[in-house]
Design a protein around this ligand. Structure first.
Ligand SMILES: Nc1ncnc2c1ncn2[C@@H]1O[C@H](COP(=O)(O)OP(=O)(O)OP(=O)(O)O)[C@@H](O)[C@H]1O
Length: 358
C-alpha cells in the first residue's frame, strides 16, 4: 500500500504554500425559516501542487463545496458567509483575491483560467452534434479571443494527446468515443487554459474501477508535469487513498477529519472516518472486513444538538449531545492532522477507543 501511495501521489506538499483557502464557508438551500444547512463553517486549504481528496457519504455537502467555491452554485443555493481566497501567481507578493467577492467580469476572467471544474457526469455534457475538436476549440476561443483558428486547432490536438487520446480523434463525434475517452476529453477541456486549480467532482463514478484508476493516474501524471493543484471529490475513500496527498472527510456539511492520505488509511481518528474507510474494499493491500456505518446522515434542516454523528457513533458519550466538536489537533498531537471529535478531548474521554488509537 505504501508503495502505491508513493508511486501515485509522489509530489510532496513540502512547500505547503496555499493556492486556495476556503474559510468559514456557510451555504444553505432555501430561504425560509429552516434552510438546508448544506455547509456549516467549512475551512479547507489546498496547497500548491497538491491533490486534496474530499470524501463523505452522499448528501454531506461535497458538491455544494465545489460549486460554492467556484461561484457556480445554482439556486436555491445561497452562500451565507465565508471567503474563498485564491492566491495568484507564485511568489508574486500579490494579496489573495476572494472569489466570493469578485465582480462578474473578474469572475468570467478567472473561471477556467485560475480554477477549472470537471462536473459530476461531465462526460454526458459534450454536445452530441459537434466534433470534439470543435468543442475544444470553442472553449479555447471563449477565453483566447485573439488566438487564430490554426492555433486553436493545434491546441485541441495537443490537449487530446495530453490526456492519452490520439490527436486525430479531434474529428470524432462524442458517440464515437468510449465513456472513458469522453471523460478524458472533459478533463482536457478543463485543462485547456492551464488553470492553477482543477476541481473534479466525482468525475469517474460512471466508469468501471479500472478505467477510473487509469484516468486518475493520468491526472496525477499531468499534475506532476504541469504543476496544478487538484481537489478530487468522491464518496469512495479507498480510491482517494490511492491518489490523494491529503484527505478531508465531510459529514453533515462539516469537515470532520483532515490528514495525509496515508494517515487516514492507517489510522483514521474520527469514528465516522473509521467507518467510511471500512465501507469500501481496498484496491490493494490485505483484505479487511467491510462493516459499513449503521443508520443514515442527519436531516440538515433539523440537526441534532452537539455532534451530528453521535446518533450513529459506537463511542458516543454524554458530552456528545451537549457540545459541538470543532476541527482541531488530535489528543495525540499528530502533525498535519485535525479531527472534530470529543473523544480527542482528554478531559471528556479518559481513553481513546482502541480502534481509533492504533
Ligand atoms: N437544490 C437543492 N435544494 C435543496 N437541498 C439541496 C439542493 N441541492 C443539494 N441539497 C442538499 O444539500 C446537501 C448537500 O448536497 P450535496 O449534493 O452537496 O452533497 P454531496 O456530498 O455532493 O452528495 P453526492 O455525493 O450525492 O453528490 C444534501 O442534504 C442535499 O439534499
Amino acid at each position: 500500500m505504501t508503495e502505491t501511495i508513493t508511486a501515485l501521489s509522489g509530489t510532496p506538499t513540502a512547500a505547503r504554500e496555499p493556492i486556495l483557502e476556503i474559510r468559514d464557508l456557510h451555504v444553505g438551500y432555501g430561504y425560509g425559516e429552516s434552510p438546508v444547512r448544506a455547509l456549516r463553517g467549512v475551512n479547507l486549504t489546498l496547497h500548491r501542487g497538491e491533490v486534496l481528496g474530499l470524501a463523505g457519504e452522499s448528501g454531506c455537502g461535497k458538491s455544494t463545496l465545489a460549486y460554492a467555491a467556484t461561484r457556480l452554485l445554482p439556486p436555491p443555493g445561497l452562500i451565507m458567509g465565508g471567503e474563498v481566497l485564491y492566491h495568484g501567481a507564485q511568489g508574486s507578493g500579490e494579496p489573495p483575491v476572494d472569489i466570493l467577492s469578485m465582480t462578474d467580469k473578474e469572475l468570467r476572467a478567472s473561471r477556467w483560467e485560475d480554477v477549472a471544474i470537471v462536473f459530476q457526469g461531465a462526460m454526458n455534457s459534450l454536445n452530441p452534434v459537434y466534433r470534439i475538436g470543435r468543442q475544444l476549440m470553442d472553449a479555447i476561443a471563449a477565453h483566447r479571443k485573439d488566438s487564430t483558428k490554426a492555433e486553436r486547432a493545434e491546441r485541441a490536438r495537443e490537449l487530446l494527446s495530453m490526456v492519452g487520446i490520439a490527436p486525430d480523434r479531434v474529428s470524432a463525434f462524442p458517440h464515437e468515443l468510449s465513456g472513458g475517452m469522453r471523460q478524458r476529453v472533459m478533463i482536457a477541456m478543463a485543462l485547456a487554459l492551464e488553470p492553477k486549480v482543477l476541481i473534479m467532482d466525482e468525475p469517474t463514478t460512471a466508469l468501471d474501477v479500472v478505467m477510473q484508476r487509469q484516468i486518475l493516474e493520468q491526472v496525477i501524471d499531468l499534475r506532476d508535469r504541469l504543476g496544478f493543484s487538484v481537489i478530487f471529490i468522491t464518496h469512495d475513500v479507498s480510491l482517494l487513498i490511492e491518489v490523494a496527498d491529503r484527505i478531508a472527510i465531510m459529514y453533515a456539511g462539516e469537515i470532520i477529519e483532515e490528514a495525509s492520505a496515508s494517515d487516514v488509511y492507517r489510522r483514521p481518528r474520527h469514528p465516522y472516518a473509521h467507518g467510511l474507510l471500512h465501507s469500501f474494499p481496498p484496491l490493494h493491500g490485505p483484505k479487511r472486513p467491510l462493516a459499513g456505518i449503521p443508520g443514515s446522515p442527519p436531516d440538515l434542516q433539523a440537526l441534532p444538538s452537539g455532534c451530528p454523528f453521535r446518533v450513529r457513533c459506537d463511542h458516543v458519550m454524554d458530552a456528545c449531545s451537549q457540545i459541538q466538536p470543532v476541527l482541531g489537533p488530535t489528543r495525540l498531537n499528530e502533525p498535519g492532522r485535525q479531527v472534530a471529535c470529543l473523544l480527542h478531548d482528554a478531559a471528556l474521554a479518559p481513553t481513546l477507543p482502541e480502534s481509533l488509537s492504533r
